[in-house]
Design a protein around this ligand. Structure first.
Ligand code: ZN
Ligand code: ZN
Length: 405
């Protein structure tokens, strides 16, 4: 049996794109000067990947679940639990988690501002007025996030995610009365309605809100999801695993799967992140771990902003960082891909497949010489499904078990 090798999975969020007019019909990846990415293509196998299935538009969460080998159809129960995990909350199977906004409502419950004037100070103190409440036999765990965002976790027996949102998703309308969408959601709907009232009463009293034109006097919960039971990544694949990730949502998914989080100073989860420090941290983690996931968020942000030039520059920064950290590294299977396409012309995620390259000195090479959406289509890997990527890499790292005699 050949020696077990290590695996590096680099995911550039939303990197796939479509032809951009301002780039003379090229995609940002085609336009970018990315010598390291191209060297992976030259020395590896390329392909195109549908991360959550043909014709489906991936969310970052469902796509990352798939890339980590979990079936998003059965594992994904709403974004809430993943946000909660990423926010550093310890979540347990059976908990129901929600994404929340601090909001301003009038005394009839009409939402005046879903973001409470984009409140950015005092949310820690506001959250303290809510965190730790008990409603019937349910414990309320509440943690503020960035600006007006927060996470709510309900812990107790008989909870379910089969409920509607309290958040009406618009200003000028009343907060929703939460209702069950299936019979097992009745208790959770009741708890969440009581929570809404109790939170309002607590927030009204807070000194933080005193004299504010847009007081943060209500909590709008949405995207309720029950924390699913899964087998930890490390147990399933018998590998020591780590993740270098800045952004909360993806961090949460990595924590959930049991990847050890590597904290990097300067990793912001944004376009201003320390690209080099993240790549270096991933390279170092590979000395002590079998599998490392390295995630960069920036390309997705520029795609949402319809900023092809920004996307090109972000790709070039990632390329330079990867080159410094991994050039000449011969003991690792390097996979470079994206969780989905975020075409600038769409300003959102699309169903377009993402380019994928897998490279290691002992693996086959195809004739593809550039890493981009068009070249990758001519590669040896052909079309790959996201849920198969991990199995593919495990095989490349000589870790797959024989099927049969
Ligand atoms: Zn994404
Ligand atoms: Zn996105």
């Amino acid at each position: 049996m050949s020696e077990h090798k290590k695996i590096l999975m680099v995911i550039c969020d939303g990197m796939g794109d479509r032809p951009c007019e301002s780039l003379d019909g090229m995609t940002p990846l085609q336009r970018a000067e990315a010598p390291f990415m191209d060297s992976l293509a030259k020395n590896g196998m390329s392909g195109l990947m549908y991360t959550v299935g043909v014709g489906r538009v991936p969310g970052s969460d469902t796509a990352h679940l798939a890339l980590l080998g979990y079936d998003p159809e059965t594992t994904y129960t709403g974004r809430g639990p993943f946000e909660a995990m990423g926010a550093g909350l310890e979540v347990r199977p059976g908990d129901v988690a929600f994404r929340c906004n601090f909001a301003t409502v009038d005394n009839l419950g009409v939402v005046l501002d879903r973001r409470a004037g984009r409140i950015h100070e005092g949310t820690e103190e506001l959250a303290k007025a809510i965190d730790g409440m008990r409603i019937e036999d349910v414990q309320v765990i509440f943690k503020p996030g960035v600006e007006h965002r927060a996470t709510l976790l309900l812990r107790g027996p008989g909870l379910s995610s089969h409920i509607t949102d309290a958040d009406p998703h618009a200003d000028g309308v009343k907060m929703n009365h939460v209702a069950a969408t299936k019979p097992d959601g009745e208790k959770t709907a009741r708890i969440l309605n009581i929570f809404g009232q109790k939170a309002m009463a607590a927030l009204m009293k807070s000194p933080v809100n005193k004299g504010k034109p847009r007081p943060a006097n209500a909590i709008l919960a949405r995207g309720g999801g029950a924390v699913p039971h899964i087998q930890l990544f490390s147990e399933r694949y018998k590998m020591k695993c780590a993740a270098v990730v800045g952004i909360t949502l993806v961090k949460g998914i990595c924590n959930f799967a049991g990847l050890e989080p590597i904290h990097v100073k300067g990793a912001t989860g944004g376009a201003d992140t320390d690209y080099d420090a993240k790549a270096m941290a991933a390279a170092k983690a590979l000395d002590t771990h079998d599998f490392v996931l390295l995630h960069y968020k920036a390309p997705d942000l520029f795609g949402h902003d319809d900023n092809p030039d920004g996307k090109v520059k972000a790709i070039e920064k990632i390329d330079a960082a990867l080159g410094k950290a991994f050039k000449g590294r011969e003991d690792v299977v390097i996979a470079l891909t994206a969780d989905h396409s975020t075409p600038c012309s769409v300003k959102d995620h699309s169903s377009d497949p993402v380019p994928l390259v897998v490279s290691a000195p002992w693996l086959r090479k195809d004739r593809v010489e550039c890493f981009d959406e068009i070249s990758a289509g001519e590669g040896a890997l052909g079309t790959v499904q996201g849920k198969d990527l991990l199995a593919l890499l495990i095989g490349c790292a000589n870790r797959a078990e024989k099927f049969g005699a």
